[in-house]
Write a protein that binds this ligand. Structure first.
Ligand SMILES: C[S@@+](CC[C@H](N)C(=O)[O-])C[C@H]1O[C@@H](n2cnc3c(N)ncnc32)[C@H](O)[C@@H]1O
Length: 194
């Protein structure tokens, strides 16, 4: 691994997967490989691990740290496409275990430029793959009030979602919404509306 990383429920995950040395496993959320590297260690010569992540930095880490191992296949994609990817490898019905460790990774939170941090100034990006789709700021520039409220309610579990959405739309009329926590601008991450 490129940096010290303590994966969550490490022992529990490995025990639940019951890794067989010749088994075939998929880690759909590689992150920085805390789990994937341990799975690889438990595999024998005939074992195989397929690692996926949407994040190009995660994929770069996987390539650097395990890319030269012939038992490893690295795929940059949404784990929602896992079945199609496994079919492509001709391994359907041959997978012994799948791991999904959902959420953001520490490196994503620690890098202000990714826009996930509550503590560091940065653009309101918030994409797992910054090369794909719209940033949060771009989405906020056109989403309607009801949609913003729904997203805050469903994904942010924010009980003031409607009030915040209304404020965002009002604020949007007088300027672009960015992610910077400079107090002169609106900061969605902390739901600051000035
Ligand atoms: C909590 S981290 C995984 C940490 C990893 N288990 C480790 O030990 O380093 C979650 C990872 O899932 C990735 N991710 C989130 N949603 C994804 C999706 N829909 N498809 C693929 N990867 C995704 C993120 O980019 C992030 O790297």
């Amino acid at each position: 691994m490129s940096q010290a990383h303590a994966p969550v429920l490490h022992a529990e995950v490995l025990a639940a997967l019951e890794i067989k040395p010749q088994g075939r496993y998929v880690d759909g959320t590689y992150g920085r490989g805390g789990h994937a590297h341990s799975i690889l260690l438990a595999l024998g010569d005939e074992g195989r691990i397929i690692v996926m992540d949407r994040d190009p930095q995660a994929i770069a880490d996987a390539q650097e740290t395990m890319g030269s191992d012939r038992r490893v296949t690295i795929i940059q994609d949404d784990y929602a496409n896992m079945r199609a990817q496994i079919a492509e490898l001709d391994l359907l019905e041959q997978i012994d275990g799948i791991l999904l460790d959902l959420g953001v990774s520490s490196p994503q939170l620690d890098d202000a430029a990714r826009g996930f941090s509550f503590q560091l100034n940065g653009p309101l990006d918030m994409r797992m793959n910054p090369g794909q789709g719209e940033s949060a700021a771009e989405w906020l520039a056109h989403a309607d009030e009801a949609e913003i409220a729904r997203v805050l309610w469903e994904y942010g579990e924010e009980r003031h979602s409607r009030r915040i959405a209304k404020q965002i739309v009002e604020r949007r009329r007088s300027g672009k919404i960015e992610g910077n926590s400079n107090r002169s601008s609106t900061c969605l991450k902390r739901y600051w509306i000035f």
